[in-house]
Design a protein around this ligand. Structure first.
Ligand code: FAD
Length: 225
């Protein structure tokens, strides 16, 4: 993997969203590079190892119907399967599985290893934008190395709770994406500089990027197709 290599799609992040993006893109025949802060944490379930639940189970089923990876990994790693809210009507039933979180992560890593998905452990410090098009990402592999530019036809950003992540422990606040993992400060400031505002969220929500991101990414996706 060299700096002159051109990827069809670069996926930033190896959580639930990044896995599905990489899996879907590779299923369409794209050469995919997944960049993540820690390769051994690909598919890590942040806290409660639940898949689905109220207002989420139907999304898991939709992902499954579309050929996604989450349902397969849950079948392999699930330890309890329930339908929640059965006292109410069928429209609000919530299928939910509890998974062995280590088996879940391991299964996702095994699944993506069967596809043309390349893994790079690095921090994406910024998007490379030319005009109205995103043409790649800039990465740092360690704090004391220079930035490297990686080129691609499309970039999918799935950085979850890591963008300017702040962890609250009692009265203490420490920067971090998850316990033991750094936050993505450089990428957050780069998106702000590009005037793509990441909506600050609280609790356990992944940060949401302002809808203007569509303007940036649509041409990239079209270019790859
Ligand atoms: C403590 C805690 C508890 C939670 N509990 C629950 C729960 O019980 N149920 C629930 O549904 N959700 C829970 N969540 C929310 C959970 O984070 C999301 O549901 C889910 O993990 C989001 O998936 P994701 O793929 O968007 O991002 P994540 O799983 O957060 O993955 C982000 C990925 O991006 C990578 N990344 C980030 N920045 C960069 C960068 N600059 N360069 C390269 N790689 C980068 C990371 O390495 C990681 O691989 C919890 C979150 C936290 C922090």
């Amino acid at each position: 993997m060299g700096p002159n290599e051109h990827w069809d799609i670069i996926v930033v992040g190896g959580g639930h969203a990044g896995l599905e993006a990489a899996w879907a893109a590779s299923g369409l025949g794209a050469r995919v590079l997944m960049i993540t802060l820690r390769a051994d944490r690909i598919g890590a379930m942040s806290c409660n190892p639940a898949i689905g639940g109220l207002a989420k189970g139907q999304i898991v089923r939709e992902i499954d119907a579309l050929g996604g990876l989450m349902g397969r990994a849950t079948d392999a790693a699930g330890i309890q399967f329930r339908i929640l809210n059965t006292s109410r009507g069928a429209a609000v039933h919530g299928p939910r599985a509890q998974a062995d979180k280590h088996a879940y992560a391991r299964t996702t890593q095994e699944l993506i290893a069967t596809r043309d998905i390349h893994i790079l452990e690095a921090q994406v410090s910024g998007l490379d934008v030319t005009g109205n098009r995103c043409t790649g990402v800039r990465i740092r592999q360690s704090a004391d190395t220079d930035e490297t530019l990686l080129r691609s036809s499309a970039v999918v950003v799935t950085t979850g709770t890591f963008m300017s992540g702040l962890m609250h422990t009692g009265a203490d606040r420490t920067p971090g994406g998850r316990v033991g993992e750094q936050s993505a400060a450089h990428l957050s400031s780069n998106l702000k500089a590009a005037r793509l505002r990441a909506r600050p969220t609280q609790d356990r929500d992944a940060a949401a990027v302002d809808s203007r991101v569509d303007r940036l990414f649509q041409p990239c996706a079209a270019a790859w197709r």
